[in-house]
Ligand binder design. Sequence first.
Ligand code: FES
Length: 278
Amino acid sequence: MTTTHDSGTYRPPAPGRPDIRQRTLRTDRWWLPPLANALGLATFVVYATIRSLWGAAYYVEEYHYLSPFYSPCVTASCVPEASHLGQWFPALPWFLPYALVSLPFLLLFRLTCYYYRKSYYRAFWSSPPACAVAEPHTKYTGETRFPLILQNAHRYFFYVAGLISILNTYDMVLAFQSTDPATGQTSFGIGLGTIILLINVIGLWLYTLSCHSCRHITGGRLKHFSKHPVRYRIWTGVSKLNTRHMLFAWITIATLILTDLYIMLVSSGTISDLRIVN
Ligand code: FES
């Protein structure tokens, strides 16, 4: 049914959706968070896409720094020293990333993340643009139909992301070494790059462990916490982290870019690594 409203043609909302006739009653700058989110997410997507396909300046051989966008480096195009898990594929065309086995899962892990979903539904889809602001869409099916029903696969990407975080941790541990280019001898070393990699890995673990799926895996489907004290303690810890999940989501976007950018600058010879212990 269509009725006429004083501001023009009025279409009733879809069943189950609130009947808000003004666009919003809010008087604050409600559009600021979705705008900031759109800019932040777009920056990350553009940067990560360009760098993943760049195919250069992703590894510092002397200090064993490997960019997280290239881990694991598994194609014949990779620098052999950067291929910690071996080279599983021949040289790939430019439109396929060297970290072919991890990046699609990491992308899907973030894309289906409960927080990012809220963020990009608001920023790019206006569904809704903000709390108490009417959305432009007349139909609403939530995540009950294809393709959005696939968002429910998030829990499976969580397991893969956990494995990749272990891999990133391994890369970070290797960065506590330095190799003398003259003698080829490897010894313990710490540089600014090591610290940056360490901060990035801590951030990645905080983001991964604060995931809503992790919270469910550790404490979900239990009738009596008292009968599962260990799971209860883990669930309590994960729940505390979970309250900061949005913060970790943004921190890791920043640390991923910073880590890759630093390694790119050192690897290309634009700057030298600041060594703390050689
Ligand atoms: Fe964000 Fe799982 S909810 S990573």
